[in-house]
Every structure is written in C-alpha cells, then in structure tokens.
Design a protein around this ligand. Structure first.
Ligand SMILES: C[S@@+](CC[C@H](N)C(=O)[O-])C[C@H]1O[C@@H](n2cnc3c(N)ncnc32)[C@H](O)[C@@H]1O
Length: 376
C-alpha cells in the first residue's frame, strides 16, 4: 500500500466518527505543529517551575557561563538531575549551550525574567501554578463526572505560591500605582484610618501597608489558618503592632466588624473564589463608612468566551479557574463564579451589593487584573 491509500481510510473514518468533513491536509499539519508546540511548552513550564524552586535560575545568573558540575555544586543539587534540567532548558531555547567546552549560559534577558535577581519581574514564579494545578487533576476529572469541587486543603503549596504572586503584582506596586487609584487615599492612610483586607492570604499587602502607615489600624481576614499564622509571624518579625490577622469566613464579616467604622476595605484577587461572593461584598459594604472606599483587584476578563479570544493570559486563567478558583468555591457548596467572571458581572455584583459608584482601572504592571474603586 502507498501512503496515499493508507491516509484515505483514516480521514474517512474520522468523517464517519465525528460527522465533520475530512480535515484540510495543510491545516491539519499546522494544527499538529501547534499542538506539539503546546505540549512542549506545557512540559517546559514544569521545568521552569523546578528551576525556580531549586534555585537553578538564580545560580545560573550568579555564575554566568558555567559547567554542569559547577552549577550543581553551586546550587547544592544532584548533578544527574541538573544535567537533565539543562537539557530541557537548552532544547527549550532558554539556556545557551557551548558543546565544545561543555558550558551553559542563561542570557541576560532570560536571567532578568527567570531569576530572583530582578524583583517584581520573575515569570518563573508564575510557572509554579502549572504543577500545582496538575497535582489535583485526578480529583478534577472526578468532579467533571460527578460535580462538586476540590477543597483548598488539596493544594498544600497554594498560599506559598500566592504569596510570591502577591509580592510581585500587589506589594511591588502598592505605593506607586495601586493606592493612587483613589485620590487622597495615601494622605488619609498617613493621618490614620481603619483598614480591612478580606481574603488576605499570607498578608503581604496588608503588612506592607501597616509598615508604611503607622497611624492606621489594619486587620486581615482569611479562611486559611495556615495563611493567617504566616501573616502574623511576618508582621511580628517586622515589629508591627498596628496590624492583626484573624482566621474568619469572610461571609461573617458584618458579624465581627462594627457597621460603618472602616474607611478602606481591600480584596486582592479574593472575590471570585468565594463560596458566597455577593454575601461577602454585601458585608464589606455594611462595615464600610459612607465616605469609605472599597478597592478590589480581580481578574480582568470580559464575562464571555468570545470576548476573551485576545486575552493575553486567557488559556492560563481559564485553566487556573477550572482547576482552582471555581472548584474551591464549589467544594464549599458555593457559587463557583470562576476567575474569568469578568468586568460586567463584577460591576453588577458590586452595584447590587450597594456600591453606587464603581470605577474600573487597569495598571501597566498587571495585565492579569482589573482594579475596581467602589464607593457607596
Ligand atoms: C487567590 S487568594 C488571594 C490571597 C491574597 N489576597 C493575595 O493577594 O495574596 C484568595 C484568598 O481568599 C481566601 N478565602 C477564600 N474564601 C474565603 C472566605 N470565605 N473567607 C475568607 N477568606 C477566604 C483564601 O484562603 C485565599 O487566601
């Protein structure tokens, strides 16, 4: 048989099986190339995460051009594993290899984006989400079949990775970019106001605010005892006595805070994965003073699949949503809004919860999020 005659029945079988016309041969080739590239890059992102966690990018940056043995020694790692990792980095086009003298170099641009040498710019830190999500694949497949969700407890490294994420997307931009979204807010914080951060995680943003504004009193709430313990330890290590952290279901906010006594409430990436997002935002409105501000950072999307076709992080964010944000909410019997709920639904929710004035901003350093400035 020639290859032509073997190809025909395959296409015919596809047509019969799927009810779609036979594939266009040229496009078939293009799609195949693209899919192979997708799988290659998916695998590479795992190795980028490994390189971040093991400190290999940092060691490569520090050493400049190096050999496998020197890199393994400098990073304190097993040489056989470092060899294989360098193989992936080399064929993946991130590390330059000189076979003549057996050396490896991380070019300066890759070093700037993959090592910890450039604070706020470390893309390798975000690659950690890929293995984190992969670790719950079995549970997610079960949820596809039976419904329900995967609880926060199934993601042991979530708070640690989120802390690194927050350090780059929130903390690094807090004073220069985020606070100025609310005119006069920095002055008010300097004079001294009451601030709540709801879903504060390990509390990096609030701790930073507490250090910067000693006259203000700040409280962080999070469901996670582990995150709250970290936040407390971090604040104590910095000698801060104007901030405290409490483990609390944010749906109970209005039970523990007096109505109308807080001038600033923040949520950083913490509405869409709530079990009861409306209840939480309604509680925020209740505890906020009439001249107060609610500042919400949340994933910037369009609220429709077709509206996000050009989203620079669309596939990543839908994946994060399905394998984390949506499912943790569903696991608590919640709404399962998902990370990609988008601006339209966010605006509607904030308005229905009692915020008459909602401004939406974007910031150059953060393509992932929108910043909502909500006033009663
Ligand atoms: C995506 S993380 C963001 C954490 C933090 N704001 C940051 O930017 O690093 C969402 C946080 O919301 C918390 N959370 C989820 N549901 C909650 C609830 N019902 N009450 C309080 N916190 C909740 C989670 O534990 C998690 O720390």
């Amino acid at each position: 048989m020639t290859s032509d005659t073997t190809a025909a029945p395959v296409d015919a079988a596809r047509t019969v099986a799927s009810g779609t016309p036979p594939p266009d041969p040229q496009r078939l080739e293009e799609v195949e190339e693209r899919l192979v590239e997708v799988i290659n890059h998916g695998a590479l992102s795992l190795m980028i995460s490994v390189g971040h966690r093991t400190g290999l990018f940092d060691a490569l940056t520090e050493l400049g051009t190096t050999t496998i043995a020197d890199l393994a020694r400098a990073a304190g790692l097993d040489e056989r594993y470092v060899t294989e990792w360098l193989g992936a980095m080399t064929v993946g086009g991130l590390v330059a290899h000189e076979p003549g003298d057996g050396t490896y170099t991380l070019p300066p641009e890759e070093a700037a984006l993959l090592s910890r040498a450039t604070p706020g710019e470390n893309i390798a830190a975000f690659a950690q989400y890929v293995p984190l999500l992969g670790s719950v694949e079995d549970e997610i497949v079960d949820c596809f079949r039976q419904g329900g969700g995967v609880p926060y407890a199934a993601y042991p490294r979530f708070q640690e990775i989120m802390e690194e994420d927050s350090e780059q997307t929130v903390v690094a931009a807090l004073r220069e970019d985020i606070l100025p979204l609310v005119p006069g807010l920095t002055d008010r914080l300097e004079r001294g106001i009451r601030v709540l951060d709801v879903g504060c995680g390990r509390g990096r943003a609030l701790t930073e605010l507490a250090a910067a504004f000693p006259n203000s009193v700040l409280v962080g709430y999070d469901l996670s005892e582990e995150a709250v313990a970290h936040a407390r330890a971090n604040a104590a290590a910095r000698g801060l006595d104007n901030v405290r952290f409490e483990a609390l279901d944010a749906a109970r906010l209005a039970e523990v805070e007096r109505p109308g006594e807080t001038q600033l409430v923040t949520t950083f990436d913490a509405v869409h994965d709530q079990a009861d997002p409306f209840g939480v935002v309604r509680g925020i409105r209740t505890v906020l003073a009439d001249d107060g501000v609610y500042l919400a950072q949340d994933i910037d999307a369009s609220s429709s699949h077709h509206g996000d076709l050009d989203h620079p992080l669309g596939p990543l964010l839908y994946t994060v949503s399905c394998l984390h944000c949506m499912t943790v909410s569903l696991a608590r019997g919640g709404e399962g809004l998902g990370a990609m709920w988008g601006r339209e639904r966010a605006r509607t929710l904030f308005a229905q919860a009692g915020f008459a004035d909602v401004e939406v901003h974007t910031l150059a350093h953060d393509v992932q999020n929108a910043y909502y400035v909500c006033r009663p």
